[in-house]
Structures are given as C-alpha cells and as structure tokens.
Design a protein around this ligand. Structure first.
Ligand code: ADP
Ligand code: MG
Length: 616
C-alpha cells in the first residue's frame, strides 16, 4: 500500500492558519494598524471600501522595509520583533508572532508599497493567495502602504460568513477606536467609501477620548492615576451623571493592548456602586501598565482575554484607584479607600494609599468644599455652585467652559460665578409640590421634578457621612430623659453602635442589660419622638443588615437616612421645598439616592416644545 501522508502546500497551510488571525475585515484592520504603530509611524491613515470586503488599506509614515524584508514579511513566522524565546517575556510591541501578514496574504489579494526613509527608491510587491505575483522598485513616500483587496476571494465559504456591511463596519470602527485610544500621540484617520469618518490629531489622551467619544465628555472626565513599583494605572472615568443605560464606552488596556475583562470591569463597577443607578454603565478608558513578565503572553494575541499572575491584586488596585480618583474630585460620598486587609499587606500596593496620600487628597480645596458644605455655620457657595451651575442653565456657564479642564477646582472662579448664581436665584419661580410627593422647580432649560423622599435621603445620607468622618452632629438634650426597653438582641446591636450613634447626635446611656436612657437626639428630630426615632432606626438597620457589602457604619448611615427622610405624602411649605432643592444640589452626588434611585428628572424646554409640535 502506498503511503498516504502529504505535507499541505504552503498556501493551504497558510489559509488554515489564517482562520485564527483573520476572521473578518476588522481583524485585518487591527493587524495593519498595529504594524504601523510598531513601525514607529506618527501618521496612520485607514481606507475602507465596502465595509472592508473590497478594500482595507493602511498607509503609514513609519520605518518602511528593505526589498528583502518586503518579501520576507509575508512568510509565516516572519517577524522582526523577537529573536529568542526570552524576548517573549519583555514584549512591548503590539505584534510578535509574525502571522498577520502571512495570514492576510493567504486569504486576500495584497499590494504593498514600502520605502525606508533614507533610501531613494521603494519596493512594490503584489501577492495573491500567498503567491508573489510581482515585485519591482517603485517611487513612493517613506513608510508603508498595504492594501488588502477582496478578502476571502479564494475561500468562498468564509466570505459568505461575513455579516452585513453595517455590522462589519461597526467591528472596523471598534478596532480603529481601540488603537486610536491607545496611541493618542499619533495621528489617525479613517475614510470609508470616500468619506472621512475620523480625523484625529495628535494630542493628549483626554483630547483623544473627547474627540472619539464626544465633546460632551469634556468637562465630565475624572482623572485616574496611581503609580506603584508593581503596576501603574492612568486614564479617565466619566462622572457618575454621564453613566449610560447601555454598556459601550468602556475600555481597558494592558500595556497598551485592548483587553476585555469582566473581572476588572467588575472592579470598576463596584467603585461606582451607589453613585449610579444599578442598571447603568459609567464611561472608562483605563490603561494598566505592568511588567510584561507578569502577563501571560501565551494567550493568543488576537484574543482579547488576558491572564495575569495575580488577578486579586489587580482587582483591588483598579478598584482603589478609581475610588481614590472619585473621592479626590469629590464625586463620591464615602472617602473610603481602604483595601481588603489581606491585600493591603502586600508591599506593592501600599504606596498609593499611604496616610500621606490621604492627607494630600484631603487637603485639596475641592475635598474641603464638600466636607464642609451643609454645616449650618459654613456658608459655602462654591459647592452649591457646582451643581447649580449645571442645572440652572446656560446663563450661568462661562462661555469658555468647554476649555476648562474638569478637574480644576472651582474655588478661584467662585466669586464670579457666585454673582451669576445670585442672579439666577432671583430669576427662579417658587417651587410647587405635586401630589405631596414631588417638587417641581423651574430651571433655565426647562424644569426638574424632584422625588422629595429620595432627595431628602440623599441629603441626610451625606450629612450623616460627614458627621461620622469629621464633625459630629449637635445633640439636642432632652428635657425629660426617656428610658428605652429593648429586646436582648436589639440591645446588643445598639451597644455596639454607641460611639457612632453618639457622633450622629444620639446621647444614649446603658442602664442595665437591656435598658438605655435617651438623654438627647440629633437636633433635627422633634422632641417627644426620641423613642420612635431609635426604634425606627433599629428596624431599618435590621431590615437591611443582610446587605453584606456594606460595613456597619455604612449600614447605620443608610438606615438613619431612610428612617429620617421625609416621606412621600408629607405636605411641604415653600421654604422647606427651597431648602431641599438647595441642599440637594449642594450634595456631592445629587442625582441619585443612596440606594441608587434617581432623585430628580429634568424636562428640557426643547423637548417640551417638541411635544407640542412647536419645535420648528
Ligand atoms: P508581527 O507584527 O507579529 O511581527 P506581521 O506579520 O504583522 O508580524 O509583520 C511581519 C513583519 O513585517 C514585522 O515584524 C515587521 O518587521 C514588518 N512589517 C509589517 N508591517 C510593517 C509596516 N507597516 N512598516 C514596517 N514594517 C512592517
Ligand atoms: Mg503585526
């Protein structure tokens, strides 16, 4: 019997291998853009026709190739980026396996022009189905232009698998955006069927984020930056109010390579917890840099998953960095950058969370602004302003607002804006209560409808937070101390919380096993209601204490806020409504209740006019 084993011809072997690397036009876009970046280009143009099915072309002004390299680069395992297995552990380039061009050449028709800057002539090369058709000297600009035509022309089964043009184009734009975000200092453009879709000038990461994701993010980005010996993180998260109902503007890069990680995504989401409604998604564009030796590079480079030495550290690091960032810019109510104690002991992580750092951040003016606001004796307009300014409309917004970096403290301009605020305030109409549940308040751009209970809960929550972290709430001494008899289990709960209760304005004293004497309550609780107030608090506390994610103090604060918030159904006077509005917008996170429900909804004049068919 004859032997039956054959070696596959190169072009078929390449076609099979190509299946891994080039699944659709967008895969070629990614590979070609990354090659241009690796080649040190500063200007990279992408041209697409027919959603990449007809043409994907990348033109760069990078290093170019010699005529031998121009032929070599299409061979499988041809790469200039590694020489030995050791190099694998120090890889900083985007590609290194030498598979992309070989794969592209196996499943499409390729034309390449390339010239090294110091040479007078370049090389033109044409390849079909892995076979070189033509190679000759040519005139061309320094750098490389690679055109991939008629993808899968020789593999009809795969061509049939391609999706609609709209779907394939979306994949292409996704890949383009990922590379463009990772390299803001390079210029990128994307032209599809003769139309310019993107033209991105070199600039800062912030400029790049805004020019890709939208100008409306300009004043809405919070800087994230932490540096340790082990790893660094930098980038931006959107302020909570920019969170959207659809996942979308969320990007993680590890050593500048885009990755998908539901694990790290979770770390970000928990840092945002309670600041945004639970079904919405904050923007983030985050870059994590760590020694490549800690990343498993054996994971295929075209896959977006990635393996790290120690995921737990990374998780804690990402979460803390974001909490820290949000706290520093006074977006978050809880200044709690504490890590899981087990993790905290790791040397590598102690650096960004030292006392000194905490000190630094708590010295920033914006931090002070928010910690002092709302205390009766401190009249701090600047913190009111922050949110008022946004709501009470364009008249309050300085014309150059868009160019002011969002992280700048407002204090320096406070007095100017202050005047405008006064102006706006007098312009306001009296708020109106609707069905004893909502407060309707006119603003420049329309009106807002405030949920009175949710709003008050937010106000109290922040007030109590501050009471625990800095200035205790004043106690109003009762004229006639009352005794409070409790069930044994409740008595234990109360005993454990005594110091915190004290800070929150309760003056309680144990009196035997299950009895307490109530000598005073927070000043805003009506006298005579002492007992009811504490019982209600206990009830709230027990009811919600199964929420394990919060520590006891947090639970206590939440329970108190819930217990003491004015209920729906309570009639409010004009003064009371005005106070709620003022205090709500002095909050650091006015838009949601501690439980994550919206505190108000705004109705825009434009929209209202449109509803009445008046929008011309
Ligand atoms: P890899 O990027 O993994 O090395 P590729 O198949 O993508 O493999 O590219 C093979 C080689 O071709 C690269 O290592 C590089 O030397 C060269 N090359 C590819 N694209 C370019 C380009 N745009 N400019 C200069 N050299 C390039
Ligand atoms: Mg490559």
């Amino acid at each position: 019997m004859a032997d039956i084993i054959n070696l596959l011809p190169d072009n078929i072997a390449n076609q099979i291998a190509a299946g891994e690397v080039i699944q659709r036009p967008a895969s070629a876009v990614k590979e070609l853009l990354e090659n241009a970046v690796d080649a040190g280009a500063t200007e990279i143009q992408l041209f697409i026709r027919d959603a990449g099915k007809e043409l994907v072309q990348v033109i760069d002004n990078g290093s170019g190739m010699s005529d031998t390299d121009a032929r070599m680069c299409f061979e499988r395992h041809a790469t200039s980026k590694i020489q030995s297995i050791d190099d694998l552990f120090h890889i900083r380039t985007m590609g290194f396996r030498g598979e992309a061009l070989a794969s592209i050449a196996a499943v499409a028709q390729v034309e390449m022009k390339t010239r090294r800057p110091h040479e007078d002539v370049g090389t033109f090369i044409e390849i079909d189905n892995s076979v070189i058709k033509r190679q000759e000297p040519c005139q061309t600009a320094p750098g490389t232009s690679i055109a991939m035509k008629n993808l899968f022309f020789n593999v009809p089964a795969r061509r049939n698998f391609l999706k609609s043009n709209a779907a394939e184009m979306r994949h292409i734009v996704d890949e383009f955006i990922r590379v463009a975000l990772a390299f803001p200092h390079l210029q990128f453009s994307l032209n599809s069927n003769g139309q310019q879709m993107f033209h991105l000038e070199k600039g800062s990461l912030k400029q790049r984020v805004v020019s890709i994701l939208g100008q409306h993010y300009n004043a809405k980005l919070v800087t994230v930056k932490e540096t340790t010996d082990y790893m660094n993180i930098h980038g931006f998260v959107g302020k909570p109010e920019t969170a959207k109902k659809t996942r979308g503007d969320q990007f993680f890069f590890v050593n500048n390579r885009f990755i998908k990680s539901s694990y790290l995504n979770h770390a970000v989401m928990t840092a945002f917890a309670e600041m945004i409604p639970s079904d919405s998604f904050p923007l983030y564009v985050l870059f994590i840099d760590l020694d490549p030796a800690h990343v498993d590079i054996n994971v295929h480079p075209t896959k977006q998953e990635i393996k790290f030495d120690d995921e737990r550290i990374l998780y804690a690091f990402v979460q803390s960095a974001i909490k820290h960032a949000l706290a520093q810019f006074s977006v978050t109510p809880a200044l709690d950058f504490e890590l899981d104690p087990g993790i905290q002991q790791l040397d590598a992580l102690t650096q960004p969370f030292t006392e000194q750092k905490k000190q630094q951040s708590s010295n920033t003016s914006i931090y002070k602004t928010f910690t002092h606001a709302n205390q009766a004796h401190v009249i701090d307009q600047s913190s009111n302003l922050r949110h008022w300014k946004e709501l009470y409309g364009p008249a309050l917004t300085p014309d150059n607002e868009n160019t002011v970096p969002s992280e700048q403290p407002v204090s320096s301009t406070a007095s100017v804006i202050d005047e405008r605020w006064q102006e706006a305030a007098t312009d306001q109409k009296v708020p109106v209560q609707v069905h004893q549940q909502f407060i309707l308040s006119q603003i420049k751009s329309g009106f807002i409808l405030i949920d009175q209970r949710a709003a008050h809960e937010r106000i109290l929550y922040e007030r109590y937070q501050r009471a625990l972290s800095e200035k205790p709430i004043a106690t109003q001494q009762s004229l006639f101390p009352q005794t409070l008899e409790l069930l044994p289990a409740d008595a234990i709960v109360i005993s454990e919380m005594l110091p915190d209760l004290q800070a929150l304005g309760y003056d309680l004293e144990p009196f035997g096993q299950q009895t307490f004497v109530v000598r005073g309550t927070p000043a805003d609780i009506q006298s005579g209601n002492e007992q009811a107030s504490i019982e209600g608090l206990l009830e709230q506390f027990k009811h919600y204490s199964s929420e394990l994610k919060h520590n006891r103090r947090e639970q206590l604060v939440r329970a108190m806020a819930r217990n003491n918030a004015i209920p729906a159904g309570k009639m409010l006077g004009t003064r009371e409504m005005q106070n709620i509005i003022d205090e709500l917008f002095a909050c650091t996170t006015p838009n949601v209740s501690p439980g994550g429900r919206f505190t108000f909804i705004s109705f825009k004049l434009n929209d209202l006019e449109r509803m009445f068919d008046r929008g011309a």
